[in-house]
Design a binder for this molecule. Structure first.
Ligand SMILES: [Zn+2]
Length: 227
């Protein structure tokens, strides 16, 4: 039988768990009293599941790292958009792809195009998040939300945040994703106006306003590999 490489983490937990990570490593978490033999036989029992997971991760598409040049594809609202020179924009109507029209990008260095792209993206993203924020505030009018306003910035680890003073910040990158995913994050931050912690009360509001939030969170995670 083929043996599986794994790292072992012992802790106070009560059961053994196997975690297969996207980078195709395997971690076994086990209670402190468990012997190595027990871990190995548990791993053997679950071998086919582990191998399936490993295969799944090995088949994942490469992370999309778009360049900043004419014709390159970038995502907005879950749809592929092509960077085009603003002059050519009317000609691109028939290609079937939405476009991101930027002024004077022919023969220009990619870091210059990136700056123009970022300006376009920030403007569109802010308009989008503000519109969804206003829309969902209306849907939640019966909950008498305290006041809030929207800002955006690029963030590494979060899709959004909300302060006790009602300043809601969205990750600019979130604008790449389908509207259903964006709405789940917007509602999440608005629910923080009612309940600051991620406790049961918070998730009751979430499920009341946006029953599909779990599926959307999951989709957001899956898609983050492709965009
Ligand atoms: Zn939160």
């Amino acid at each position: 039988m083929k043996s599986i490489d794994y790292s072992l983490v012992l802790s106070k937990r009560k059961t053994i768990a196997i975690i297969v990570k996207p980078d195709q490593t395997v971690e076994v978490r086990a209670p402190k009293r468990v012997s190595k033999k027990e871990v190995e036989s548990f791993l053997q029992l679950k071998q086919s599941w582990v191998l399936t997971k490993l295969r799944e991760f090995s088949l994942r598409p490469e992370v999309h790292e778009p360049k900043y040049q004419e014709g390159e594809i970038h995502y907005f609202l879950g749809e592929a958009h092509r960077i085009v020179d603003a002059i050519d924009a009317p000609l691109n109507v028939d290609t079937g792809l939405a476009s991101i029209p930027l002024r004077s990008i022919k023969g220009v260095e990619s870091d210059q195009i990136e700056k123009k792209f970022d300006r376009w993206y920030r403007k569109e993203a802010l308009a989008l998040f503000t519109e969804r924020h206003d829309y969902w505030r209306e849907q939640m009018a019966h909950l008498s939300l305290p006041g809030s306003h929207v800002t955006i910035r690029k963030m590494k680890r979060r899709w959004g945040s909300c302060t006790t003073k009602g300043k809601i910040t969205f990750n600019t990158t979130l604008a790449k994703y389908p509207l259903t995913c964006i709405d789940a994050v917007v509602v999440h931050e608005l629910c923080h106006l009612l309940e600051f912690s991620h406790n049961q009360r918070f998730y009751q509001f979430m499920s009341h306003v946006y029953p599909d939030w779990k599926a959307c969170d999951k989709q957001l995670q899956t898609l983050s590999w492709q965009y």
